[in-house]
Design a protein around this ligand. Structure first.
Ligand code: KG4
Ligand code: ZN
Length: 357
């Protein structure tokens, strides 16, 4: 079975062809047209510009995805498209394009939830998780913990009550001079900070808590893990405390060590996620751990969560880095499972900015 999928929920327009055979999923093409350079000028995504850029790119990248996959439209069995959540104008471009293509070519259409798409990226690896499992979706818009009950059924068991982890990296990164989106730059800067704090090139993360840099009271930041027995987070609290910390340095006329600051911020963010996932695993015996979304590319998060899984004796699943960010191959995989469950859409399909209920 060949699936043609579209993703246009934020600032990447993507089209992919994924084929499903008895031996699993094969990505035949996964074209991602990024708008990052355009939005970087403004320090974040400008929704109207995003919609326009999706319109300009979608037709071209569809041809490209089919060309690279050496697959004709007549060999496509299912069209899958991200229908929610995301920027409404951006989503509408993908949804309307997919609807038109499906109707004109009489191909079944399936709607995909973007976050279920991120989780589905974990099914593309050789070592795919099998439901039920615990999944973290960490992106620019989400920091949620799910109990994945089946290939199409998920339950939110924890979430941020305000900002998302990726959004917080982007906002704080911008203040310390990392271009948008700041995630990857933050990751690298924190690495230098951990190495500087511990004097070690390997295993630096675990040594960090014992370092003088960690004990420096001027750099104290609160944990975004809400201490109330839930699996919820507040990344806005961490972000505000970090902004105040940066201001204090500025008022004293002192230059902050950006590397040590990035390490400290990353440490608090990662430890909070590790703590809540550890609790989630303990509350759901028999579940393995999967991590997805743009922030799943973070090297410190990946390493720390692998450790959490190991300590709990459960398997750890994370997509390869190139499949952590927004892409249509993950939407194809989620679309496959929706199709197999009979969740077919028609021309009344609409986009929605909201999370699925
Ligand atoms: O999933 P995604 O591509 O788009 C959304 O659905 O939001 O996630 C984008 C987010 C951005 O906030 C970006 O800064 C973050 O993922 N990100 C990272 C890393 N690479 C991307 N955050 C931390 N470390 C990274 N290496
Ligand atoms: Zn995403």
């Amino acid at each position: 079975m060949n699936i043609l999928a579209f993703e246009s929920s934020c600032d990447e327009t993507s089209a992919a062809v994924v084929s499903v055979t008895e031996s699993g999923f094969e990505i035949k093409s996964n074209i991602v047209a990024s708008q990052i350079e355009t939005h970087r000028l403004y320090g974040g995504v400008v929704p109207e510009i995003a919609s326009r850029a999706h319109i300009e790119a979608i037709s071209r990248i569809t041809y490209e995805a089919l060309d690279v996959a050496k697959t004709a439209l007549s060999s496509i069995d299912v069209i899958a498209v991200t229908a929610n959540p995301g920027l409404i104008g951006a989503l509408l471009v993908g949804v309307n394009f997919a609807k038109a293509l499906a109707a004109a070519n009489k191909i079944p259409l399936v709607a995909v939830d973007h976050i279920k798409g991120h989780i589905a990226a974990c099914y593309l690896g050789i070592d795919a998780p099998t439901p039920p499992f615990i999944a973290l979706a960490a992106s620019g818009g989400h920091t949620s913990i799910y109990l994945v009950k089946s290939y199409t059924g998920v339950e939110v068991i924890g979430a941020t009550r305000d900002d998302a982890i990726g959004e917080s990296f982007d906002k704080i990164g911008r203040i310390i001079g990392i271009p948008y989106p700041a995630g990857a730059g933050f990751d690298a800067l924190a690495r230098s900070g951990f190495i500087k704090a511990t004097g070690s090139e390997d295993n630096f993360y675990s040594l960090y808590k014992k370092s003088a840099a960690y004990k420096n009271a001027d750099m104290t930041l609160p944990s975004p893990a809400i201490p109330d027995g839930t699996l919820d987070f507040s990344f806005s609290g961490l972000k505000t405390a970090a902004i105040n910390l940066l201001h204090r340095y500025e008022q004293r006329g002192e230059e902050i060590d950006r590397e040590l600051f990035a390490a400290r911020y990353t440490y608090e963010a990662v430890e909070a996620v590790a703590k809540k996932l550890d609790a989630a695993i303990k509350a759901h015996p028999g579940c393995s751990l999967a991590v997805s979304g743009g922030v799943a590319a973070n090297s410190h998060l990946r390493a720390r969560l692998a450790e959490v899984a190991k300590k709990n004796n459960v398997t750890f699943h994370v997509p390869e880095r190139s499949l952590c960010g927004d892409n249509a191959a993950m939407i194809a995989v989620a679309g496959y499972y929706e199709y197999m469950s009979g969740n077919i859409s028609d021309s009344s399909l609409n986009a929605s900015a909201e999370d699925s209920k």
